[in-house]
Design a binder for this molecule. Structure first.
Ligand SMILES: C[S@@+](CC[C@H](N)C(=O)[O-])C[C@H]1O[C@@H](n2cnc3c(N)ncnc32)[C@H](O)[C@@H]1O
Length: 208
């Protein structure tokens, strides 16, 4: 994993959480509604009728814990939140440190979980990389998701189909068709592309 990218992205999000605290703005989302709409898409990978373990990759302050508690309260699960920003992990510990089924870390553990979900980790490119280099970074990260997940993974990205006048230089807009094709060819025959939920982004679900 590119250390320069990780360090700069971590600093970007640390600034956000220092400024806005453990709120949707603190993880750079516009609203809690959009944050939850993303969770709704990503969690379609989970079979909630049976117990599961989940790695929340780029967990922020771990709001996904609240989402899972409200949407599948009956299903036993273990939650591992990983974020490159230590400040985010501190916030997650503060909010959810008392939950026995949850743990947090700022260094990626080499541990296989049933599912991996990643919301918002591919968006903020800053001036850290050229387009091609950032794409390689995404593909390398997807390879990690594949290695560390047993039943499936899901992630989102900003879409290349965004309105041109709304696109910003420091963000990365991915080609959903390319990533769908890449996941189909490299990870599983069962891949879904969700691009119908009113945000300038898409979600890919990979079921293994
Ligand atoms: C847009 S925020 C979303 C946080 C959380 N997923 C949510 O939706 O509430 C993205 C988070 O991912 C973290 N992040 C970005 N790239 C990462 C990487 N490669 N490894 C670990 N964490 C990363 C950032 O520090 C930030 O906290």
């Amino acid at each position: 994993m590119n250390r320069k990218i990780l360090k700069a992205v971590g600093e970007y999000y640390t600034d956000k959480v220092l400024k806005h605290g453990n709120t949707s703005l603190g993880v750079d989302w516009n609203s809690k509604e959009s944050q939850y709409l993303r969770f709704e898409q990503l969690c379609k990978v989970i079979k909630t009728s049976e117990p599961f373990s989940i790695l929340d990759y780029g967990c922020g302050y771990a709001e996904l814990i609240n989402y899972l508690a409200s949407t599948c309260p009956q299903t036993t699960h273990t939650y591992l939140g990983y974020d490159v920003s230590e400040k985010m992990i501190e916030e997650a510990e503060k909010l959810f440190g008392d939950k026995k089924y949850a743990s947090f870390c700022s260094v990626l553990p080499v541990k296989v979980m049933d599912y991996i979900v990643a919301s918002g980790i591919f968006n903020v490119k800053l001036d850290l990389a050229e387009q091609e280099e950032w794409l390689q970074y995404i593909l390398e990260t997807l390879g990690t998701f594949d290695r560390l997940s047993l039943k499936g993974f899901s992630f989102n990205a900003l879409t290349l189909y965004s309105d041109a006048d709304k696109m910003k230089d420091y963000l990365y807009y991915a080609d959903p068709l390319f990533l769908f094709d890449y996941c189909k060819k490299n990870f599983s025959r069962n891949v879904a592309l969700l691009h119908d939920y009113e945000l300038y982004e898409f979600t890919i679900i990979v079921r293994k």
